[in-house]
Design a binder for this molecule. Structure first.
Ligand code: ADP
Ligand code: MG
Length: 705
């Protein structure tokens, strides 16, 4: 048995958090830093020097030898460059451990190999990193020893964002400003800050590391590119599952401990729908901290899996025909004094504010549905969205019966006078019904569901950063708030209520089409959505243009979240990332088919042919053997033809000029050729002797962990 752990003792023990800062920093410095964190001001060098010194002393006590500016380039992962604390050796031959304020707040790195989409010419390879002091530093312990990790934003020399964090911080600022305007309309003069809160639920698969290594597709592409479904996969006995649980439980326990130490509040864990699939959810935090923590979750899952002889697959669709993995981005707006703007509230006054916030969100989502869809676009996610498991590729909002009904009443009669579940019948503008908190999540098919006091954006891919979707949510809602405030601030005091009522009604009526409470997986919804003129963007390559659409550019520029150049560079990077991902997959398939599968099947046909000959010589009936030989040979020939075609289109794609047209070609031609190769190969796997097949099967991978 493993020893008992005291969570309270270990939680945050490796984090330079508020308690540590309060203990270690001189009072004035602590106060200054708190102010900077709360008000988003810039840190001066003198203060930074003191903080850096204390942070270093603390980190060394925790066993750190190095520090790193931990940042999130546009590759989707995190990046870091490690520097040790040692200074130039002294004449005595000894070294000092140093860390200056300058090194804390700003780093400079040769970042020429990070994607910049043309923003940074190669001769200007410098990238700057700047500490996000609203996300605490921490010491990470791994095979490299202890490393002080400083959560950091990453910009070009001229200040353009080259990462995920910079726009996220900008969008949080924009939203704060506009949300405060909303609160002031309702006479709230006490809240000083509104922060988007995010809780990111993470799904993942765990498989055996040895088996992983035997599959080139998993190694290179992170997903299987071939693989027939096991014939009797789902019906396994209890004993078998019992054994799995122990191995996984040990893994989960260690993941939790590692996360708690670095201050990630890992809360929920459970097995997911598919075999070998699991989920981990932390308690929500400020959006930027939640994004950092989600990266830590992904890294920790991978690292701990490795130590347990397991491999953690974060790909959205590691196995065809088996449920894929996503990330649920739970999002709400919370004030510094603890009020949630998405809490329906108990009094009519709160209800009105809530209804304004809600209808603003409907408007935001309806007007920027393509952009929101884009924010979840990822090569892996193309296999999920709209594939009967994840939310469909059509953006809609689930409100549930009661709220949906309130919106209907507003639209139909101009007044919401009662609530469905027997609320008091009242009249007048002020007296909207109380809302019962819709605590249960009754609809799992909606991409954006209202779940009691938050929205849950369920489209995000499991491997992707949640930064992108939150940048979009924050900014589109900031825009809707701004527009509403422009109208309502202009209304005279005595007309405010009428103006408010009219605006809520107007937004509800104009954007009601985005609400859908039914089954998002159904064909009827696809048809209905078409009638409602809602976009249905099935693939990443067709989603990307939303990034540079005029209305997108205008909005992002207005709120200082992205410049046009930044958006164009991001679109360029996305096309390239897509092309690269599919290129790797196609080449991996070619490699596996030509070097492993076809040779193995050829050997098998020889065995079969030998059998046919010897059985015939023995004078027995060979119809079964020769029938099988015929079948295998036909599929082998089809595989060979498909392989040649795939090689041809992949060559053609590689030779094309970088950009949109190439990415689309990878989608339309290369992906199709990949499917065409997979079909006969998977059929072969079903009939060829298991001993002959050159790699572990789906059954081996997902049922025998
Ligand atoms: P479910 O699994 O049914 O979706 P959970 O209770 O497990 O619901 O919550 C999922 C995630 O939502 C958790 O990470 C949780 O911390 C987060 N969450 C809860 N309330 C909020 C909120 N107000 N804002 C943002 N995230 C929240
Ligand atoms: Mg959920």
């Amino acid at each position: 048995m493993s020893e008992a752990i005291n969570v309270a003792d270990i939680f945050g023990k490796d984090v330079f958090n508020d308690t540590v800062m309060q203990e270690r920093l001189p009072k004035k410095v602590y106060k200054d830093l708190k102010k900077i964190i709360e008000e988003g001001k810039e840190l001066d060098l003198a203060t930074a020097d003191v903080i850096a010194h204390e942070m270093k002393e603390w980190a060394i006590e925790k066993g750190a030898t190095h520090y790193t500016h931990w940042f999130q380039p546009l590759t989707g992962a995190t990046a870091e460059k490690h520097d040790s604390f040692i200074s130039t050796p002294l004449p005595s031959g000894k070294v000092l451990m140093t860390f200056s304020g300058k090194e804390l707040i700003k780093g400079e790195s040769d970042a020429s190999s990070f994607p910049s989409g043309g923003l940074r010419a190669t001769f200007e390879a410098r990238g700057y990193t700047a500490w996000d002091c609203t996300s605490p530093a921490f010491v990470r312990h791994d095979a490299a020893g202890g490393t002080l990790c400083i959560p950091t934003a990453f910009c070009s020399y001229t200040g353009e964002a080259l990462d995920q964090k910079t726009p996220l911080l900008r969008s949080m600022e924009a939203l704060n400003e506009q949300a405060l305007r909303v609160l002031r309309l309702f006479k709230n003069e006490t809240s000083r800050k509104v922060t988007p809160s995010v809780g990111a639920e993470q799904e993942y698969f765990l498989i055996d590391a040895e088996k992983f290594k035997q599959r080139k597709d998993l190694v290179y592409a992170g997903r299987t590119l071939f693989g027939a479904m096991p014939p009797k996969g789902q019906e396994l006995d209890d004993h078998y599952f019992g054994t799995i649980r122990q191995r996984i439980a040990g893994f989960m326990r260690e993941v939790n401990v590692e996360l708690w130490k670095v201050g990630v509040s890992a809360k929920t864990q459970h097995n997911e729908v598919a075999p070998a699939q699991h989920e981990l959810a932390p308690i929500y935090a400020a959006a930027n901290v939640a994004v950092d923590h989600n990266h830590l979750v992904m890294q920790t899952l991978k690292r701990v899996a490795h130590q347990h002889g397991l491999k953690c697959l974060l790909h959205e669709k590691p196995f065809a025909g088996v449920n894929g993995s996503g990330k649920h981005d739970n999002w709400s707006l919370i004030t510094d004094d603890g009020k949630n703007l998405l809490e329906p509230g108990k009094t009519p006054h709160e209800n009105l504010q809530f209804l304004l916030v809600l209808t603003c969100i409907l408007k935001a989502v309806d007007e920027h549905a393509e952009l929101l869809r884009e924010s979840a676009a990822d090569p892996g996610n193309d296999h999920r969205l709209g594939a009967d498991e994840a939310p469909p590729a059509i953006i809609s909002v689930f409100l549930g019966d009661q709220l949906g009904d309130v919106i209907n009443q507003l639209v139909d009669t101009g007044e919401a006078t009662h609530s469905l579940k027997g609320g008091k019948l009242k009249t007048g503008v002020r007296t909207l019904p109380d809302f019962a908190k819709d605590a249960t999540d009754r609809n799992r098919t909606s991409p954006l569901a209202f779940t009691g006091n938050k929205f849950e954006f369920r489209m995000v891919g499991s491997r992707d950063s949640v930064a992108g979707p939150n940048v979009v949510l924050n900014t589109i809602v900031a825009e809707a708030f701004a527009k509403a405030c422009d109208v309502l601030e202009a209304a005279a005091e005595e007309e405010f209520e009428l103006a408010l009522h009219d605006l809520i009604k107007k937004y509800a009526a104009e954007h009601q089409r985005i609400i859908f409470n039914g089954n998002g997986y159904s064909e009827e919804w696809v048809e209905m959505a078409k009638e409602r003129k809602l976009p249905n963007i099935k693939a990443m390559v067709y989603a990307i243009p939303a990034l540079t659409d005029e209305k997108t550019v205008k909005m992002f520029e207005h709120f200082n979240v992205f410049t046009r150049a930044e958006l164009e560079s991001r679109a360029e990077i996305k096309y390239e990332n897509y092309a690269k991902a599919i290129n790797i997959e196609a080449r991996t398939m070619i490699d596996m088919a030509s070097k492993q599968i076809i040779p193995a099947v050829m050997k098998y046909t020889k065995e079969l042919a030998d059998t046919v000959v010897s059985v015939r010589e023995a004078g027995a009936d060979v119809s079964v053997q020769s029938g099988l030989l015929g079948e295998v040979s036909t599929l082998l020939a089809a595989s060979k033809t498909a392989l040649e075609h795939l090689a041809e289109v992949t060559e053609k794609a590689s030779a094309m000029k970088e950009g949109q047209a190439r990415a689309i070609y990878y989608y339309t031609d290369v992906m199709t050729a990949m499917e065409a190769l997979r079909t006969p190969v998977d059929a072969l796997e079903m009939i060829v002797d298991k001993e002959v097949w050159p790699m572990p099967s789906y059954g081996d991978l997902i049922f025998e962990v």
